[in-house]
Design a protein around this ligand. Structure first.
Ligand code: NDP
Length: 248
């Protein structure tokens, strides 16, 4: 049966690996992006080259109207929705709390928790067996920062990811009887552009000595766990927060 998945921030880094992996697993993929249309287009081309189906949808996770349009476009252009991966997220430059402006905090929380919350709401409307859907899966990309707290650097980011963990636990219980499983994956340090956007391109190499496995992770190592959570192989797993962090 044909089915689709929305991957927010599916154009780069971890989201890109998830989009490509989902297509291999047979999903039609909505590759969401905010700014970088070319990167999203590359992901779609790669999926189409192997016979899959995918679309790009520009939608800023800080804007409710964009999120609604993303779901409506997916409804119209792809197979029925079976899964959502709330992956899009941002970090800001390392700062102690005294340096965190209201503007920074609002941007952080709107992108990292309000957007995923609205996406989960729209997904539940479509997946719920109680509303005529067939059930499905939601995976939220959190971070090990949610438990470490990231003192002196990214306490705002860590708090936004702790919020997504709690949303995962609560929502999983709320929708379990409707055939929807909700889980979170908490990456450790992974080689992607997000560290450059946080003003520290070499961060993975700086912190890898703090990782018991003594290395940064690859985006594909996160995607593999996400795809397992969306598959029937994890059919009794819901409300779980799974660290994929080399033991950190
Ligand atoms: P990247 O910076 O490499 O990619 C971010 C992606 O999110 C891009 O596709 C970007 O699209 C999209 N995005 C950013 N802001 C928005 C927005 N407002 N609306 C829609 N899309 C947006 O990040 P990563 O792949 O590293 O991170 C993915 C997730 O994993 C995030 O939630 C992050 O917090 C989490 N994570 C990452 C870790 C790491 O070490 N890399 C560690 C722990 C968690 P565009 O290019 O168009 O801007």
């Amino acid at each position: 049966m044909e089915r689709s998945v929305i991957v927010t921030g599916g154009s780069r880094g971890i989201g890109r690996a998830i989009s490509l992996g989902a297509a291999k697993a047979g999903y039609q993929v909505c590759v969401n992006y905010a700014h970088n249309a070319a990167a999203a287009g590359d992901v779609v081309s790669e999926i189409e080259a192997t016979g899959g189906k995918a679309i790009t949808v520009q939608a800023d996770m800080t804007k409710e109207a964009d999120i609604l349009r993303m779901f409506e476009t997916t409804d119209r252009e792809l197979a029925p929705l079976a899964a959502l991966v709330n992956n899009a997220g941002i970090v800001d430059t390392a700062s102690k709390v005294e340096g965190m402006s209201l503007n920074r905090l609002e941007r952080m929380f709107t992108t990292n928790i309000t957007g995923p919350f609205l996406c989960a709401r729209e997904a539940v409307k479509r997946l719920s067996t109680a509303h005529g859907g067939k059930g499905g899966g939601i995976v939220n990309i959190s971070s090990v920062a949610a438990k470490l707290g990231s003192p002196g650097e990214y306490v705002d980011y860590a708090a936004s990811k702790a919020a997504i963990d709690t949303m995962t636990i609560g929502l999983a219980k709320e929708v379990a009887a409707e055939g929807i499983r909700v889980n979170a994956v908490r990456p450790g340090v992974i080689y992607t552009d997000i560290h450059a956007s946080g003003g520290e391109p070499g961060r993975v190499d700086r912190v890898k000595s703090m990782v018991p496995m003594q290395r940064g992770g690859e985006a594909g190592e996160i995607a593999d766990t996400v795809l397992w959570l969306l598959s029937d192989k994890s059919s009794y797993v819901t409300g779980s927060l799974i660290d994929v962090s080399g033991g950190r």
